[in-house]
Design a protein around this ligand. Structure first.
Ligand code: T4K
Length: 369
């Protein structure tokens, strides 16, 4: 019986490499609170991501939530509903109001042509998502933000290591959040960071992640505890040594899916974007039942019969979540609603055997009618 295939599987270093990396923790007994591994990782990540400053966090969600808090925002934040729960929750948990903008039908990122009509005198920020590692229209978003004096915080959870016109993707906007969750291209078990180039913001982030403490006797702010510990930072140091090979291996599997599905009526594939170095984080497939003959749900069920777990990232759209009790009108973002009902993200990870990629393609192609 073939091994079950999950939508993703974390890459980890050899046990020996990890043990070597954490060995000194047994001597120093410095396990958390911005220790040596934490400091080393912040500096190595700034180099790798090509950004001025990196502030590490316990996970991507807390990084995003505290980045919004650090900016002292009030009012409405224009964002996308086509994302993981974290993006919208970070806004709402800050007491801010999400205003949902529809997405571009090709990239699934926020449609910049629809942003300006949503701006009111309460708008304080735009929170776009580089979903699946598809890069938002950063230039147009910057133009709008300048015109209306809005902050821009990118949810770059899926965009680790990507560049746009040779520039690290974390350099755009006022801040960008990356997730280092186990399911991501690059992981620190749990973890995340905020990239920024603003000293005051950096200080606020440091405060918020450590109770607002400044030394033993001064507490400047009502912060949280969102520090990355040394074991996670050690995993990050190891995984960073292998990240280019990780992305290369993912790319080979991504390309195989692409070759097998390209040009088939009823299947929409993620398109390459000019100027973007992609990280092969996800393989989303948008299935149009009226052209393909089978629906997304039917295909997911066929894969499940073979113990293959493809996922509906992202269904439902966040504005439809039960926790919001129909507060938002999902019909105002018809493209996001349409894509979310048709999308299936296929298994993709560095050591996914190529014959299993072919098996997944064969099963999906066998559903064509
Ligand atoms: N913004 C965006 C756009 C995001 O996508 C995310 C996270 C965030 C913000 C927040 O970042 P973090 O706070 O998470 O750093 C998963 C991940 O938990 C989540 O990080 C990710 N997005 C989201 C897209 O996917 P679930 O609920 O689908 O996870 P789960 O447990 O079903 O795992 C997915 C698959 O991964 C499993 O089928 C098996 C595999 N897996 C998972 C884990 C945890 C493993 O093989 N090993 C593991 O340790 O959310």
């Amino acid at each position: 019986m073939a091994e079950s295939i999950l939508v993703t599987r974390p890459s980890i270093p050899s046990l020996d490499e990890y043990i070597d990396e954490i060995r000194d923790l047994w001597e120093t007994r410095w396990l958390t609170n911005m220790g040596a591994k934490h400091q080393a990782l912040e500096s190595q990540l700034a180099d790798y991501l090509g950004t001025e400053n990196v502030v590490l966090f316990v996970n991507g969600h807390m990084a995003l939530e505290l980045a919004l808090q650090a900016m002292n925002l009030n009012g409405e934040v224009i964002t996308t509903p086509y994302t993981f729960a974290s993006t919208t929750h970070a806004i709402v948990r800050n007491g801010l109001t999400p205003v949902f903008c529809d997405i571009d039908p090709m990239t699934f990122t926020i449609d910049p042509a629809k942003i300006e009509r949503l701006i009111t005198d309460r708008t304080c920020a735009i929170l776009p998502v580089h979903v699946y590692g598809n890069i938002c229209d950063v230039e147009e978003i910057a133009r709008i933000a300048r015109k209306y004096d809005l902050k821009v915080i990118y949810d770059a959870a899926h965009a680790f290591g990507e560049t746009y016109n040779g520039k690290g993707i974390g350099c755009f906007g006022d801040a960008s959040m990356f997730s280092f969750h186990s399911t991501k291209v690059y992981n620190t078990i749990e973890g995340g960071c905020v990239c920024h180039n603003n000293a005051a913001l950096g200080e606020a982030l440091q405060d918020l992640k450590n109770f607002g403490i400044h030394g033993y006797e001064e507490v400047y702010g009502v912060g949280a505890n969102a520090k990355m510990n040394e074991f996670c930072a050690a995993m990050g140091l190891c995984n960073l040594r292998h990240i280019d090979e990780e992305i290369h291996q993912r790319g080979l599997r991504f390309e195989r899916y692409y070759e097998r599905f390209e040009g088939i009526e009823g299947l929409q594939l993620k398109q390459p974007q000019p100027g973007v170095k992609y990280n092969y984080s996800y393989f989303p497939l948008v299935i149009e039942e009226s052209l393909y003959g089978s629906s997304r749900n039917e295909i997911q069920d066929v894969l499940a019969l073979h113990d293959i777990n493809a996922r509906k990232y992202f269904y439902p759209i966040t504005s439809a979540f039960d926790c919001f009790h129909r507060r938002f009108d999902v019909l105002k973002t018809p493209v996001a609603l349409h894509v979310s009902k048709r999308v299936l993200t296929l298994p993709l990870y560095a050591d996914l055997p190529m014959d299993r990629v072919d098996q997944i393609c064969d099963l999906i192609l066998s559903c064509r009618k």
